[in-house]
Design a protein around this ligand. Structure first.
Ligand code: HEC
Ligand code: HEC
Ligand code: HEC
Ligand code: HEC
Ligand code: HEC
Ligand code: HEC
Ligand code: HEC
Ligand code: HEC
Length: 438
């Protein structure tokens, strides 16, 4: 019986194939075609670059965008009228213009939502602000040795701030970027008006979401004595689970479909960006935050820094996928109480600073004035570590690198303050000098 059925099926199949061959539309040269592949001009970029820069082409080839037919041409070819229009060696003399710079304006042609969300975040306009407009003296005069007589140089900005924060990309006479202004960090400002560098999390040319979901995507910038977020994460229970079983987690689920079960603990992206439960993916990293934990005094976010009350509600929704209400309440009590303690110290420190200022007991150069140096470390280093450690389950950062050092820095400030008030003069040499309280 089975054999009869198989023969019948085989017959049916061969009939099907045979009849398709004689289907009228196909025989009249009118086949059903799906047009895939690249235009001739686009293919030329790929073919030549496969020889000239094989690493780039190989990486791009593995990307999802390559599979969707997005190529060098779509991102690097610009109209002749673009301020960034130049010609790479391979297209010189043709009417094709290229640019090594690719701003979010180009990505927005196909990803308008991601770009719109990103532009509202602290990663966009606010990120390059201190480097471009506010703290220029720090890198331009102090760090580059100009105050001691060195020639002006952008070395300190170029090697440091710029690679994390971004800067304004300047153009040379050939419309190519100047060597000291490109490439740059998350808040790069492009000559076409685009702001932001998407490749800090989606490294070119794979532009992978799996990569952006891993903590390493953030760790290039969110580390070190003043914002040790990757270190805090490594210390946390979540980081512990990532380190022990992360290899087995599923990283490449479709956007908004990456859910608990694909992973057992959150990464930076899960809490700050990814869709989870009924929360949608966002490229605005400010959206789920209540406090401003990076500036001198911690305040509830408002205006350009987001909406703090709403942010807390959203962040709690992230946790609720895996934790109970009482657990979440306990965590955020820990954070809010820690912010209160930090602010208490900060307000006292600020009041001392104001009094010394009024009495003329501050040196003009704050970097050789022990009190002002300690004031800086209080909020910028130890105070941030205490706050961010409490926010993200990093007890070592909240305590040993945080509150434990915070009270000591504060006591040293009090001692200097009392000395100056008592003697009505500034002590001869800074007690702090270059030895930051790490
Ligand atoms: C989805 C958009 C996109 C595609 C597709 C793309 N690139 Fe890029 N490429 C970028 C971005 C973004 C940068 C970084 C630009 C910046 O920092 O301003 C970049 C940088 C570059 C650079 C300079 C960086 C370096 O390492 O020298 C080269 C060269 C380059 N791309 C070549 C190519 C080639 C060749 C292809 C095709 C195989 C390609 N790109 C496809 C977006 C793209
Ligand atoms: C015949 C070979 C050839 C072709 C075709 C070609 N390129 Fe290039 N391209 C090069 C070479 C060589 C370089 C220089 C690499 C270097 O700096 O070492 C280059 C450099 C670049 C750069 C880096 C910035 C610059 O201006 O040097 C980009 C971006 C780029 N090409 C994009 C493209 C795009 C997009 C196309 C297609 C429209 C294309 N290339 C076609 C050979 C080619
Ligand atoms: C011409 C249209 C186009 C442009 C320009 C473009 N993209 Fe895409 N991109 C796509 C398409 C289509 C997909 C979806 C591919 C898929 O899911 O199969 C995609 C997918 C992606 C993904 C998800 C990849 C993954 O692993 O699922 C990222 C990230 C991305 N693009 C980033 C960028 C960035 C950054 C830029 C600008 C530098 C950019 N794209 C420019 C069309 C474009
Ligand atoms: C290339 C460097 C860089 C990378 C990579 C990076 N960031 Fe940032 N991030 C910054 C800088 C610089 C700021 C401070 C911007 C500002 O507000 O001036 C910042 C700020 C933030 C803030 C606070 C935003 C605000 O307005 O207060 C959050 C949250 C954040 N980043 C999360 C992340 C996460 C999550 C990742 C990885 C998925 C990440 N960042 C990757 C550089 C980076
Ligand atoms: C390793 C990457 C990195 C380097 C280098 C770096 N920053 Fe930052 N910076 C960050 C990150 C990340 C934040 C966000 C801190 C947070 O959320 O606590 C930040 C925050 C700031 C802030 C507070 C946010 C704001 O916009 O007001 C200022 C100001 C700042 N940095 C200035 C600078 C300057 C100026 C330099 C160079 C002299 C510099 N940074 C070097 C990564 C970096
Ligand atoms: C701070 C890191 C970071 C930066 C900067 C960043 N992305 Fe993403 N991106 C992510 C993460 C994380 C995901 C995956 C979200 C998830 O889990 O679904 C993602 C996903 C995407 C996707 C897939 C669809 C989606 O929305 O999930 C696209 C497209 C994309 N990004 C485009 C961009 C573009 C364009 C830029 C620049 C304007 C950019 N990204 C900048 C971290 C980043
Ligand atoms: C379990 C969820 C979770 C994970 C995982 C997580 N964060 Fe956070 N993050 C938070 C919470 C909660 C806050 C504080 C929110 C508030 O203000 O109420 C915070 C605050 C921050 C801030 C401070 C913003 C400011 O005001 O200065 C930065 C920057 C940040 N996270 C980056 C990261 C990075 C980078 C990683 C990964 C290395 C990471 N986070 C991992 C939940 C998380
Ligand atoms: C995808 C699931 C998941 C999400 C989302 C998640 N966590 Fe967790 N979390 C875990 C797991 C698993 C552990 C380790 C087991 C445990 O202690 O419950 C853990 C542990 C913790 C711990 C350590 C507790 C201890 O006993 O030492 C804290 C604190 C914590 N989570 C806070 C949060 C907060 C706050 C959020 C939201 C901002 C959050 N978690 C989001 C899964 C998650």
């Amino acid at each position: 019986m089975k054999r009869v059925l198989l023969v019948f099926l085989a017959l049916l199949l061969s009939f099907g194939v045979a009849s398709a061959q004689y289907y009228p539309n196909f025989s009249k040269g009118n086949p059903l075609v799906i047009k895939r592949g690249f235009s001739k001009d686009a293919l030329r970029c790929i073919e030549c670059h496969l020889k000239k820069t094989p690493g780039i082409v190989r990486q791009w080839k593995e990307s999802r965008m390559a599979h969707a037919g997005v190529s060098c041409y779509d991102c690097h070819v610009v109209p002749k009228s673009s301020p960034m229009a130049s010609q790479c060696e391979g297209v010189r003399g043709t009417n094709i213009y290229t640019s090594p710079m690719v701003s979010p304006k180009t990505c927005a042609k196909c990803h308008p939502t991601e770009v719109e969300q990103f532009e509202k975040s602290g990663h966009a306009k606010l990120a390059a602000e201190p480097v471009v407009n506010k703290l220029v003296a720090l890198w331009a005069k102090l760090e580059s040795g100009v105050f001691a007589g060195n020639q002006p140089t952008t070395a300190a900005r170029h090697s440091g701030c710029q690679m994390c924060h971004g800067t304004t990309v300047k153009l040379g006479p050939d419309h190519k970027p100047t060597l000291d202004s490109w490439p740059s960090g998350v808040g790069a400002r492009y000559p076409d008006g685009g702001i932001g560098n998407c490749t800090v999390c989606h490294n070119r040319h794979s532009f992978d979401i799996a990569e952006a979901r891993k903590p390493e995507a953030c760790g290039k910038c969110h580390l070190g004595p003043d914002h040790p977020d990757i270190e805090i994460y490594t210390e946390s229970s979540h980081g512990q689970l990532f380190a022990t079983e992360g290899e087995k987690w599923r990283w490449d689920s479709a956007p908004d479909a990456w859910e608990p079960g694909d992973y057992t603990a959150p990464t930076c992206a899960t809490c700050h960006m990814s869709g989870i439960g009924d929360l949608k993916t966002t490229h605005n990293v400010d959206e789920r935050l209540k406090w401003d934990l990076m500036h001198k005094r911690s305040v509830v976010r408002s205006g350009a820094r987001g909406d703090g009350e709403k942010g807390r509600k959203l962040m709690r929704k992230v946790c609720a996928n895996c934790h109970s209400t009482i657990f979440i309440d306990s965590h955020f009590k820990k954070l809010d109480d820690s912010v209160q303690v930090y602010n208490f110290y900060y307000d006292k420190a600020f009041a001392m600073l104001q009094t010394l200022k009024k009495k003329g007991l501050l040196k003009k150069d704050k970097w050789s004035d022990g009190f002002q140096e300690l004031y800086y470390y209080l909020w910028h280093h130890v105070g941030r570590r205490a706050r961010q450690g409490a926010a993200m389950d990093g007890p070592d950062y909240a305590h040993w690198h945080g509150f434990f050092q915070l009270f000591q820095v504060f006591k040293d400030m009090q001692a200097i303050y009392n000395y100056r008030i008592k003697h009505n003069k500034i002590e001869e040499l800074s007690h702090v000098m270059s030895s930051a309280p790490y």
